[in-house]
Ligand binder design. Structure first.
Ligand code: PMV
Length: 350
C-alpha cells in the first residue's frame, strides 16, 4: 500500500430528503431511469460517527457497526456489502478498520425510510477518511460524497446538498448527471422554507422494499412512458420553482406521488403501499384546499405516510387543519414536523 497507516474520527449529521419528481426504476450500477428532484429536509436526520484506522496488513474491511448504541446485524451486513462494493474506487477499504455509531432523529419504527440520510451520512464520513488519509483531494467534496451516497441508495445522492437537489441527467439542469446529484439553487425563496409534515399512517415494515419496487419497473408495461413523463414534469417543475409558483409545484408533487403508487399497482405482481388512512388524508387535504384556498399539498414516498407540503406563510392555518383533521388519522397522533433545510453538517473531525 502506498499510503502510511492513519487513524481518526469523523462524524456527520445528514438529513433525509423528499423527492417531488420521483426516481422509480434503475439499471446497471445504481443508475436512474429518469431524473429526479428533491427537497432536503432538516428534522429527520441521521448522525453517524466513524472511528477508523487504516492498517496496511489488514485483510478487511473490519466493521463494528452500532445503531442507537446496539449491534444491528441487518444494517451491519448492508454496510459491509456496501464497503466491498466501493472498494474498487476507494483502495483503502480493504485496509480499513471501522467503528460506526449511527442514530436517527426519528424512531426506527416510525415508517420513515432512513436509507437516504444514513447512506449519505456514511458516504460523507468515508469521503472525510479518504481526504484525511490522502486518497482524495478536497475538490468537489460534496459531489464525490453524492456519488458514493448514490452507490448505497439512489435517493441518498440528493441528501448532501442544502435546499433542493437534482439527480439524473436532464437537459434543463446544467452539470446534471446520472452518477451524482447536483444542488439546484434557482428555486424562489418560498421553497427554501417549505414545510413537510410527515404524517405517520403506519409503522409496519413495507410489504415490498424499494429495491424490489425498482426491479419491478423493468417489466412494467408503462415504464418507458413513465420515464418520459418524469423528465417532462421535471422541466415543468423547474419553471414553477424558479417563478415561485406554489400551486403548480403542489400539483406536480401530488401527480408524482399518485403516479409512483400507480406504477406499484400496475407492476406484476401488483402491490399497494397506501393504507385506508392514506387515502382518507388525501381526500381531506384536497377538500380543505378547495374550500379554504390554503396552499397545502401532499406527497408520498414508497410507503403509506403522507407528506404535507405547504409554504411557511400558511403555517398557522395548516396547523389548525392538521390538529383537527389529520392528526386523528395518524398512528398515536404521530407527525414529524419537518422543513426544508441547510443540508448536512460535520459534527467532528479528529
Ligand atoms: O433510494 P431508494 O432506492 O430507496 O429509492 C427511493 C425512491 C423514492 O423514494 C420512492 C423516490 C425518490 O426519488 O426518492
Amino acid at each position: 500500500m502506498a499510503h502510511p497507516p492513519h487513524s481518526g474520527t469523523t462524524a456527520w449529521r445528514c438529513p433525509s430528503n423528499l423527492a417531488i419528481v420521483k426516481y422509480w426504476g434503475k439499471h446497471s450500477r445504481q443508475l436512474p431511469r429518469n431524473a429526479s428532484i428533491s427537497l432536503t429536509l432538516s428534522q429527520a436526520h441521521t448522525d453517524t460517527t466513524c472511528s477508523y484506522s487504516i492498517e496496511p496488513d489488514l485483510a478487511g474491511p473490519q466493521l463494528d457497526f452500532r445503531f442507537e448504541g446496539k449491534p444491528m446485524p441487518a444494517f451491519s451486513d448492508k454496510i459491509l456489502r456496501y464497503l466491498h462494493s466501493i472498494a474498487d474506487e476507494l483502495p483503502f477499504i480493504p485496509h480499513l478498520r471501522l467503528e460506526v455509531q449511527s442514530q436517527n432523529s426519528f424512531p426506527h419504527s416510525s415508517g420513515i425510510a432512513s436509507s437516504a440520510s444514513s447512506m449519505a451520512a456514511m458516504a460523507l464520513c468515508l469521503c472525510d477518511i479518504a481526504v484525511a488519509s490522502g486518497y482524495m483531494d478536497e475538490a468537489d467534496f460534496l459531489r464525490r460524497a453524492s456519488h458514493f451516497a448514490r452507490l448505497g441508495s439512489g435517493s441518498a445522492s440528493r441528501s448532501v446538498y442544502p435546499h433542493l437537489a437534482a439527480w439524473g441527467q436532464h437537459s434543463a439542469i446544467a452539470d446534471s448527471s446520472d452518477l451524482y446529484a447536483v444542488p439546484y439553487s434557482e428555486a424562489a425563496p418560498v421553497f427554501h422554507t417549505m414545510h413537510d409534515d410527515i404524517c405517520i399512517v403506519s409503522t409496519a415494515e413495507k410489504s415490498v422494499s424499494s429495491t424490489a419496487g425498482h426491479q419491478l419497473m423493468e417489466n412494467n408495461p408503462y415504464a418507458s412512458a413513465r420515464y418520459q413523463q418524469a423528465n417532462d414534469r421535471l422541466s415543468e417543475l423547474l419553471h414553477a420553482l424558479r417563478t415561485g409558483d406554489v400551486p403548480h409545484f403542489g400539483q406536480i408533487a401530488e401527480d408524482e406521488a399518485l403516479t409512483l403508487h400507480g406504477m406499484m399497482m400496475c407492476s406484476r405482481p401488483s402491490y399497494m403501499l397506501m393504507e385506508a388512512n392514506t387515502i382518507e388524508m388525501i381526500r381531506r387535504i384536497q377538500l380543505y384546499r378547495q374550500e379554504s384556498g390554503v396552499a397545502v399539498y401532499f406527497s408520498l414516498d414508497a410507503g403509506p405516510n403522507i407528506h404535507l407540503l405547504y409554504p411557511d406563510e400558511v403555517a398557522d392555518a395548516v396547523s389548525i387543519f392538521v390538529q383537527e383533521q389529520i392528526r386523528p388519522l395518524c398512528v398515536q397522533g404521530r407527525i414529524i414536523q419537518d422543513q426544508v433545510g441547510n443540508g448536512p453538517s460535520r459534527l467532528v473531525t479528529v
